[in-house]
Design a protein around this ligand. Structure first.
Ligand code: GTP
Length: 264
């Protein structure tokens, strides 16, 4: 889909940043840090919460799924467990998503970024019809970028790292949107090992061969897939707790938004 020249200035802003990541990777803390950073840097941000089950958010959301859908009542009404309740709430919200897009379109001139928080269980957003509907609604209206948050200390194990990267890879190919890998918690463990594994195929091979749980053929094939995947993305190290890496994150988002403008 090519955007006509005349549409570019209109479509350039705001950039939508959809924050996804495994449970516990630090999405909410990271979002909170982004909100604080935007406020202190004169960046005009807008916050959308898509997690119906969150009890307290450390930041104020401009649009909140919880104002429209009562997750506990959805669970009762449809006789669902917690994950089914979150999924159904998201489905209900997705049916009204054109209204969310209109609200953002009306404010487009006054906004630089829309920060989107997604449900704690990543697959509820990334593998559901409503997640796809929401992502496509954004991506067909504004430059849209996925920020994939990685728990860096947990990913020091090469098998965990590979699983996490395969998941990110599947999101990249499913959404076809620019993806920024956000190595979070660098205050606990630096992400240099990850950069090395991503740049040097042999170094990753050497690390993973110390783990006996993967057969070497499978490992080699998967690493080759990932090697191709790494060429398509940007990565930054951040700490949601200390605030390190925010400038680098926004630079990566800007570069990704440019990429979006050229390719979508
Ligand atoms: P769910 O939505 O519940 O799946 O979690 P989440 O991905 O939103 O993670 P959350 O922000 O709740 O953070 C999970 C844990 O990691 C919390 O204990 C945070 O304090 C901690 N945490 C998040 N970011 C950082 C960081 O940059 N450094 C450190 N040291 N801890 C962090």
């Amino acid at each position: 889909l090519k955007i006509a020249e005349s549409d570019i200035s209109f479509k350039r802003k705001p950039v939508i940043i959809i924050v996804v990541g495994m449970a516990g990777s630090g999405k909410t803390t990271f979002l909170h840090r982004l909100v604080c950073h935007t406020l202190s840097s004169n960046i005009r941000g807008y916050v959308l919460n898509l997690d119906p089950a969150v009890t307290t958010l450390p930041f104020g959301a401009n649009i909140d799924i919880r104002d429209t859908v009562r997750y506990k009542e959805v669970m009762k009404e449809y006789n669902l467990g917690p994950n089914g309740g979150i999924l159904t709430s998201l489905n209900l919200f997705a049916t009204k998503f054109d209204e969310v897009i209109s609200v953002i379109e009306r404010r487009a001139d006054q906004l630089d970024y829309v920060l989107v928080d997604t449900p704690g269980q990543i697959e509820i957003f990334t593998w559901s019809a409503s997640g796809a509907i929401i992502t496509e609604a954004f991506a067909s209206t504004f430059p849209t970028v996925i920020a994939y948050v990685v728990d860096t200390p947990r990913s020091a194990n090469p098998v965990t790292f590979m699983s996490n990267m395969l998941y990110a890879c599947s999101i990249l190919y499913k959404t076809r949107l620019p993806l920024v890998l956000v190595f979070n918690k660098v205050d606990v463990a630096k992400h240099e090992f990850a950069l090395e594994w991503m740049e040097d195929f042999e170094a990753f091979q050497a690390a993973i061969e110390t783990d006996s749980s993967y057969t070497s053929t499978l490992t080699r094939s998967l690493s080759l897939v990932l090697d191709e995947f790494y060429k398509n993305l940007k990565s930054v190290g951040v700490s949601a707790v200390s605030g390190t890496g925010m400038e680098a994150f926004f630079s990566a988002i800007e570069a990704s938004a440019e990429e979006y403008m050229e390719n979508y």
